[in-house]
Write a protein that binds this ligand. Structure first.
Ligand code: SF4
Length: 153
């Protein structure tokens, strides 16, 4: 326990590793302009968008709430056989998602680390766990072609 992974540069931070916990925990509020943009980018008619992708319980006068399906954001897709969830609207995701930053002290990121990687975070924000689990996680992070969560150009 407590060994540092090779990819740990001693900084108390790590990139988003796409566990999807935050996208399962919260419903994202979007502006009407963002809703229009998403519906247009996806080629979905406005009425269909409202009905299939937003929560009818929210007033929707100045903003909308994205609905959850299968207990997560309607736009989040689980990768088969991997502990990875892909945001299917990543290139034009709403501001509240862009502003959400991952980190070792985020409860949701810690839950994802524990659930998918059997890892914890110590008081200094460093990853802790069995060396084989740390190595597996580091290999996974280094397999990302760029920063996790960033769109391919
Ligand atoms: S690592 Fe953190 S920010 Fe990224 S999906 Fe998981 S909970 Fe969300």
């Amino acid at each position: 326990m407590g060994d540092k992974p090779e990819c740990d540069n001693n900084e108390p931070e790590f990139p988003c590793f796409l566990c999807g916990v935050c996208c399962s925990r919260y419903q994202v509020r979007i502006t009407l302009a963002e809703a229009r943009q998403i519906s247009e980018k996806l080629g979905i008619g406005w009425d269909e968008f409202l009905e299939g992708y937003t929560d009818s319980r929210w007033p929707g006068e100045t903003s909308l709430l994205l609905v959850h399906k299968n207990q997560r954001c309607v736009f989040l897709k689980k990768s088969a056989g991997e502990p990875v969830h892909i945001c299917t609207i990543h290139p034009f995701k709403p501001a509240s998602c862009i502003q959400w930053t991952p980190g070792p002290f985020r409860r949701e990121c810690r839950e994802g680390l524990q659930t998918y990687w059997k890892l914890d975070v110590d008081e200094q924000g460093r990853l802790t766990g069995k060396s084989e689990d740390l190595e597996r996680f580091c290999r996974f992070l280094s397999s990302f072609p760029k920063s996790p969560g960033e769109p391919e150009e």
